[in-house]
Design a protein around this ligand. Structure first.
Ligand code: HEC
Length: 141
């Protein structure tokens, strides 16, 4: 490659980088495809122990509210998936769930991310922690 060519390519790159401050970080996140939760939220401890009662309560909400997208076993094959052409996270995937803290799952359920709705106002805090406990069981089956 000629020096002048290399320089002009660098020029375009520099223009893109400096013209959109912060664009680089957002781009890297969407490129990796991973949905990250803020560190303080991810560090939050689950106040609800994963008892039978808590898991059963979580399952009840899950089958009413989440199954249409995430599927009965968490395989991301709910009826809405084909209809809406969306790609829900596979909650049955031990690799994905292994990197997620309870606090992170709680934050994601609370905040949502299109097309997943935010459940912060629709479900109580206890309901959301119970869901975390139930969702955990899906990757262990
Ligand atoms: C309209 C479809 C839809 C519904 C309903 C829905 N989700 Fe999701 N969910 C998604 C999609 C799509 C993603 C992937 C978002 C992304 O990463 O871009 C997702 C991601 C998640 C994640 C993040 C996984 C990870 O670690 O990245 C969790 C946890 C989750 N959903 C739990 C739930 C729970 C619990 C409910 C029910 C209260 C629910 N979802 C309802 C579509 C849905």
């Amino acid at each position: 490659m000629k020096t002048s060519q290399a320089l002009s390519i660098f020029g375009v790159f520099a223009l893109l980088t400096f013209a959109y401050p912060g664009g680089g970080a957002a781009g890297a996140d969407s490129l990796s495809g991973k949905w990250l939760s803020p560190a303080p939220s991810a560090a939050k401890k689950n106040p609800n122990a994963p008892t039978q009662t808590s898991i059963a309560a979580g399952q009840k909400i899950y089958s009413k509210t989440c199954v249409m997208c995430h599927g009965k076993s968490g395989d991301a094959d709910g009826p809405a998936v084909i209809e809406l052409n969306i790609h829900p996270a596979k909650l049955s995937d031990p690799q994905l769930m292994g990197t997620e803290s309870d606090g992170s799952l709680f934050w994601k359920i609370t905040t949502g991310k299109k097309p997943m709705p935010a459940y912060g106002k629709r479900l109580s805090e206890t309901d959301r922690w119970n869901l975390v406990n139930y969702v955990r069981t899906l990757s262990k089956n």
